[in-house]
Design a protein around this ligand. Structure first.
Ligand code: K7E
Ligand code: RUQ
Ligand code: CUA
Length: 646
């Protein structure tokens, strides 16, 4: 990258290093050492604002050194429990956001701040379970579906919502700092799978499917599945509290919301109420449940609900014949549920049926009014191939459906599928492209918003087999990038990824505005530290204090490269120690860490952030602590000692 190009942006490598040097001035000469020793490290920090221009010109997936991608991808980490941020079209992994997992680098799942978030809104049963099992938090999660908050039918860059199928949670990531800020456990459900935010007027609700049928109340039989139910949950996306739930029939799988703010949808398999595979795929037809949001809100207002475990639950079972739900039959075991960006259609992907069922949302008022039959809402049902799982859109009237069994992506035209359903002799299928192998979700750039731009499609394939160097019996998945800007789909990139991307959201970079450093005036993450420091008469930003409070010891320190303000502290064996570290660096990319020898502790402390950890000093002796985030030429020297007196 030429200096000219850098200078246009006003953000040259030199100016970055200049400020870095200033930050090291606390120790004589250290700043200069920083320049000499760490120059290769700093290079990556210089960003070019002109980036991505060459990629735009020829619509290549090549993003050269120093150039930036045009889209952020938020990729689910599946059973890894995290979210990964990628750049598209380069498909480079940029960041990992721990959510339901424990993370060694950042201390997520160990720091006080992360534990406050993870355990902030869990049920009393879970709290007791954690105690009984000597766990600080649930150590795992199964995160399938990341979705961004909407305002007026398009992404607004505020939040990404995710679910945890393993431990029934919904979490929220703040996109300004790319960290999880809220977690809520959903009671009365088993397996929170499908997740979708309301699109209009804004998010609003975040809808979460309970997948497995279970007995909901103590009076439901614990042994007879005739008495077991699935529950659909609406979480308030602002407060992250549960707004209401709906009791329904069948296992809820995936869901979506319309573009009008009136209805939401869940595919359902296992209308049979079976407990095994054979039984669960027996019926020729299952259904999609349609939820009438205004009717449910009205019912809650009128008091037409049962309160179960502190949540208001309305009865949307078919037998209840309420106005909260409608059940529309669709062929065997539908899976993906996708609203088209024109706001008109909902696609229900057949899975065990080779079809995708297309609903016209404009017919739903009549369905709820009893003027038409459920199947009258269906306007197309094209036969696409074996194992349709998920559908994405290009904003030009075409749909792209993954065929799990055929290992293909099929591009088809929505209008032609509707014509064919009416009996006209047209073939909606435009092209089939081999993908490698067994695709689940697919996703197009901005394709779940009214601003679908039809540039790129990513196929998230479950198997990679021979596509990469063999790494042993456990293989990576394969995230494949497909150029859909022209008439034909073109496969341009194979991207290996660890267990296991299900879903991906692709948002234009211009919609997301992350900060360069944390904001001391917005201490949402370390509010508890602010409160405690105030009681102790400590100012976090200038702290170098060791406060004894009975058998509790609180150590407050700052981190400014390459020193901690408390180089050594002494405690007694058995004391409960809390260490608060505040990073007072003001420039970007200067993260410090706090790792404590033999105590299983590591914290990430970002620029202008405070992080803390509490532990019992049960091991006597001298325990070094050190900064594990490479920050300075004297990074190795950035440390100190905790002396624990026996
Ligand atoms: Cu199809 Cu969990 Cu979205 Cu996986 S689900 S593929
Ligand atoms: S030290 S530059 Cu741990 Cu070899 Cu890293
Ligand atoms: Cu601070 Cu390394």
């Amino acid at each position: 990258m030429s200096d000219d190009k850098l200078n246009q942006t006003g953000l040259s490598r030199r100016s970055f290093l200049g400020t870095a040097a200033v930050s090291g001035a606390g120790i004589a000469g250290a700043g200069l050492l920083g320049l000499a020793g760490c120059s290769n490290k700093s290079e990556g920090g210089a960003a070019s604002g002109t980036a991505g221009s060459s990629a735009a010109a020829d619509h290549s997936d090549y993003v050269g050194p120093g150039e930036l991608d045009q889209y952020y991808a938020f990729n689910s980490g599946g059973q890894s429990g995290e979210v990964r941020v990628l750049g598209v079209p380069s498909m480079r992994e940029l960041m990992r956001i721990p959510v339901f997992n424990m993370d060694s680098a950042t201390g997520w799942g160990r720091s006080n701040e992360s534990l406050n978030i993870l355990n902030g809104n869990i049920t009393p049963e879970t709290r007791k379970f954690l105690q009984d099992n000597h766990m600080r938090c649930m150590p795992n999660g199964d995160l399938h579906h990341p979705h961004m908050s909407f305002t007026d039918q398009t992404y607004d860059g505020r939040y990404v919502y995710v679910q945890d199928k393993a431990n029934n949670r919904v979490a929220r990531i703040r996109c300004d700092v790319m960290k999880t800020d809220k977690v809520v456990e959903i009671p009365n459900v088993s397996g929170v799978h499908g997740l979708r935010p309301q699109r209009y007027p804004k998010t609003g609700y975040v809808f979460a499917n309970g997948e497995h049928i279970i007995p909901i109340t103590k009076t439901d039989s614990q042994t007879d599945p005739k008495d077991w139910w699935a529950i659909y949950t609406a979480v308030d996306g602002e407060t992250m509290e549960i707004a209401w739930q709906v009791q329904v029939d069948g296992n809820l799988d995936n869901g979506d919301a319309d573009y009008q703010g009136k209805y939401s949808f869940s595919t359902c398999y296992n209308s049979e109420r079976a407990l095994d595979v054979q039984g669960a795929s027996g019926n020729e037809q299952d259904w999609v449940v349609v939820f009438n949001i205004a009717a449910i809100e009205e019912g809650i207002k009128k008091g037409d609900f049962k309160e179960i475990n502190g949540v208001k639950v309305v009865d949307g079972r078919a037998a209840a014949q309420s106005n909260y739900t409608r059940y529309i039959p669709v062929p065997n075991s539908p899976h993906g549920c996708n609203a088209s960006p024109d706001g008109n259609y909902i696609m229900l992907n057949g899975k065990l049926s080779p079809t995708v069922t297309v609903l016209d949302v404009h017919k739903l008022d009549d369905l709820f009014a009893g003027k038409i039959q459920p199947r009258d809402v269906v306007v197309a049902e094209p036969q696409l191939g074996l194992g349709p799982l998920h559908t994405a859109f290009d904003g030009r009237g075409n749909a792209y459906t993954t065929l799990f069994i055929d290992s293909q992506m099929v591009k088809w035209n929505i209008d032609k599928a509707i014509q064919a359903y009416k009996g006209e002799k047209v073939d909606p299928i435009i092209q089939k492209l081999d993908v490698h192998y067994q695709p689940g979700h697919n996703h197009t750039t901005m394709g779940e918003t009214k601003e679908a731009d039809g540039k790129w499609l990513v196929s998230l394939n479950k198997f990679s087999k021979d596509r990469f160097l063999n790494v042993g019996p456990l293989k990576p998945e394969n995230d494949q990038l497909i150029d859909i800007s022209g008439d034909e789909m073109r496969l341009v990139h194979d991207g290996p990824s660890f267990a296991e991307p299900h879903d991906m959201l692709l948002v234009a970079a211009s919609k997301v505005h992350p900060k360069q450093t944390w904001d001391r005036n917005d201490p949402w993450m370390w509010q508890a530290a602010v409160d405690q420091a105030k009681k102790d008469g400590v100012i976090l930003e200038r702290a170098a204090n060791v406060i004894r409070d009975g058998k509790k010891v609180r150590v407050y320190m700052t981190a400014v490269a390459p020193v901690f303000s408390v180089p050594q502290f002494e405690v007694n064996q058995g004391d409960e120690v809390t260490v608060y570290v505040t990073n007072m660096e003001t420039i970007e990319d200067l993260t410090h860490g706090f790792t404590l020898d033999n105590y299983g502790i590591a914290l990430e402390v970002g620029p202008q952030a405070t992080a803390s950890v509490t532990f019992t000093a049960s091991r006597p002796g001298v325990h070094w602590f050190y900064c594990q985030w490479f920050c300075h030429a004297l990074h190795m020297e950035m440390g100190g000692q905790m002396i624990v007196k026996a």
